[in-house]
Design a protein around this ligand. Structure first.
Ligand code: NBP
Length: 477
């Protein structure tokens, strides 16, 4: 038998992806460095579809129909390079290697270039949805050549998640590293979303005085409205969970130090290189780092803060409504920043990414899937050259309606000493964008003063310098 697709790397993700292909009627060749994993897969799930178990790389490649489609699902970084080096010599021009791991897009660009010289298509494909998504339908963000997508697209569309309107959550994002870039920003937005939700939770707890179980109910209610999303849904689940050993809320027995694998950090590093202000994502990454500095936090516990004041029941309910507004507005800002980064990456690398299509494939399968992505898609479909999501009329109107509450929540947080770096960064970004004049003019003056860095004038073309140490006359630079 010849397999239409092969998967090498059969840990949680690869195994479930292979099963997903098989369940959709494809014959799947499976391979793993440690052979026992391959055997275990076929023994446990062999009845789900047609698998061809291969022990060696040669057997694996020989099992694939041509042009070969070979999915690599191994640990990102060196293991991916090792696997490519193992398989590439066994492949022929026209064959495709699909890297479904969380690769850095710069690595994907390098690998694509090297393999292209040998006539092999390298497709860096971001895959989101965790192990459940891999099995039941992930959101897939493939880069690589148009030609490879012609061959792979229909298969990926079949195994991908479907949005509420039935559309598959996969599209050809763009050439070389475009898919992994978009997956990276997806994860950055995920960090920001999680941080904003965390801040909303802490405000409801520390300012409004609600219990985790009550907050779970509030999130459940929010999930029936415009905040309807996977992350809000699981937040309610986590908050209502009670620890069996102690009878305490689960959230109170977990160590409050957040870990990270690095894709959020990449999003911020690349944004710094591209000059894109992703302040909400950056604050989310920094909030995780701050939480992890246990010794520093212990040493700071006695620092002065305001005295907490309790809200009455009706005040608390009104405050919860405000927090919903603040969360929604801040969330729009973090998506605005994320899409700005994708647009900037697309421009820098000549990818021509369709932002509406990106919003569309995030509607199902992935961690940030949310009802309002439908509207982001609509906004970009109506105006592909939209300067920013905030310039979309609908989103602008919603923020206009939310802004009073958004500001009140921020005031309450500051007054009560509850840290809300995500809300604050989002609001500052919003106010920064809409300000007619920014203190950047003063910054330019300072730079010209100490370093003769020159400035532009509002009333004349050209670059100017003031003779600060002399008669303070102005010269053209
Ligand atoms: P892991 O990231 O834990 O990788 C384990 C797999 O890599 C095993 O199959 C292992 O083979 C193989 N491997 C390693 Br490690 N070094 C190798 C080498 N030098 N040569 C050949 N194979 C090697 O697996 P995962 O959690 O399933 O994730 C796979 C990819 O998917 C990663 O890039 C991950 O970032 C990405 N991803 C994961 C998730 C998730 O929710 N877990 C979500 C989205 C994306 P062995 O069995 O012989 O040790």
């Amino acid at each position: 038998t010849s397999a239409q697709i092969g998967v090498t790397g059969l840990a949680v993700m690869g195994r479930n992806l292979a099963r997903n292909f098989a369940r959709n009627g494809y014959t799947v060749a499976v391979h793993n460095r440690t052979v026992s994993r391959t055997k275990a897969l076929v023994e446990e799930f062999g009845q789900e579809g047609d698998f061809v178990a291969a022990e060696t790389a040669e057997e694996f490649v020989a099992a694939l129909e041509r042009p070969r489609r070979l999915v690599v699902m191994v640990k990102a970084g060196e293991p991916t390079d090792a696997v490519i080096q193992e398989f590439a010599p066994l492949l022929e021009p026209g064959d495709m290697i699909i890297d479904g791991g969380n690769a850095h897009f710069a690595d994907t660009r390098r690998r694509e270039r090297e393999l292209r010289e040998r006539g092999i298509h390298f497709v860096g494909a971001g895959i989101s949805g965790g192990e459940e998504g891999a099995l039941h339908g992930p959101s897939i963000m493939p880069g690589g050549s148009v030609e490879s997508y012609r061959s792979l697209g229909p298969m990926l569309e079949k195994i991908s998640a479907k949005a509420a309107d039935g559309a598959p959550c996969v599209t050809h994002v763009g050439p070389d590293g475009a898919g992994h870039f978009v997956k990276m920003v997806h994860n950055g937005i995920e960090y920001a979303d999680m941080q904003l939700i965390g801040e909303a939770y802490q405000l409801l707890r520390d300012v409004a005085g609600y219990s985790p179980a009550q907050i779970a109910d509030i999130f459940r209610t929010w999930n029936t409205g415009r905040l309807d999303s996977y992350l809000i849904e699981i937040t309610a689940e986590v908050l209502s969970h009670v620890d069996a050993a102690t009878g305490k809320p689960f959230v109170d027995v977990v160590v409050d130090q957040a870990e990270q694998k690095g894709t959020g950090r990449w999003t911020v590093q690349i944004a710094l290189d591209l000059g894109v202000p992703v302040s909400g994502i950056a604050e989310a990454v920094f909030a995780r780092s701050l939480s992890g500095h246990a010794a520093l936090r212990a040493a700071s516990r006695d620092l002065a803060g305001p005295k907490p004041s309790a809200l009455s029941e009706s005040e608390a309910a009104a405050f919860a409504d405000r927090v919903e507004q603040a969360l929604y507005a801040s969330k729009i800002v973090s998506y605005t920043q994320g899409f700005h980064e994708i647009a900037a990456g697309s421009e820098e690398y000549g990818w021509d990414i369709d932002l509406g299509a990106v919003a569309s494939i995030w509607r199902g399968g992935c961690i940030i899937r949310a009802a309002f992505l439908d509207r982001i898609r609509a906004a970009y479909d109506a105006r592909p050259d939209l300067p920013s999501l905030l310039s979309d009329e609908t989103f602008a109107r919603e923020i206009a309606d939310a802004q009073d509450d958004w500001r009140e929540v921020q005031i309450a947080a500051v007054r009560q000493g509850v840290p809300t770096p995500g809300f604050a960064a989002a609001l500052a970004y919003y106010d920064g964008l809409r300000s007619p004049r920014l203190p950047a003019a003063l910054t330019q003056g300072q730079r010209d003063f100490f370093g003769a860095h020159t400035y532009r004038r509002v009333d004349r073309e050209g670059a100017f310098h003031t003779l600060w140490g002399g008669d303070r006359g102005e010269v053209t630079a």
